[in-house]
Design a protein around this ligand. Sequence first.
Ligand code: SF4
Length: 263
Amino acid sequence: MSAGLNLVEIFWSVQGEGTEVGRPSVFVRLGECDLRCAWCDSVETWKPAKACRVEQEPGSGRMQSRPNPVSVEDAVLEIVRLQAGRPCLVSITGGEPLLQPDGVLALATRLRESGSRILLETHGLEVEAMARVAPAIDVVSMDWKLASDVRRESDPRKGEVADFHDAHEAFLSRAVESVRADATVYVKVVVTTSTRDDELRTACERIAHIAPDSPLVIQPVTPSGPVRETPTAARVLACLTLCRETLSDVRVVPQTHKMIGVL
Ligand code: SF4
């Protein structure tokens, strides 16, 4: 029996973000996160969950509750059932999946053996955990958090905080050196009305130093909850121009799943 997972939900939908946008995907959302992003749309994942929701029919939104932890074997059975005979992308997300590296490694390994591609969505700070799970990951979607909008759980909500550039640089270095040769690593940065040019420029310079050909996805924040507005079109294009000064593959991809109203 493998390590158990603290899960929030398992469901089938469409990957709405990043370089794999539009692909059918089973989402495996893990519980617990040690960051507090101002735009977070998954606040229910911040603490480990007592129970998780498992979709009954792919795309139906009808969920059944089951207690945590869920064994890797049971999670694999549910994911394969939702794939309905057609293995597809499995997006392991959270919360922060790399706070449970043993479970993620076991899950991703089993799913790859049955034909799935594995996308890992991570806040990009758990360096050793990344190296541990890397052999079983096909796509690493790493966030580059900007201190204008993100705090650690342990930080006060207001006031200056240390930036995340050094920690992200260490993570990206380890990710690109530890993934398989056929895997891809890309960086995603959420841009809000608070985003400053200097922090965006520093992020791009750090990325260019380590992985100049890796895609950078600019994701304009989606208004929801406490977030009332998104950057103007002119501001998004200005960010695109700024990032292209140092990086060759920069894309703007909003959260498309929210446009079409799916999970
Ligand atoms: S890292 Fe992800 S789950 Fe954690 S607070 Fe930020 S957006 Fe939410």
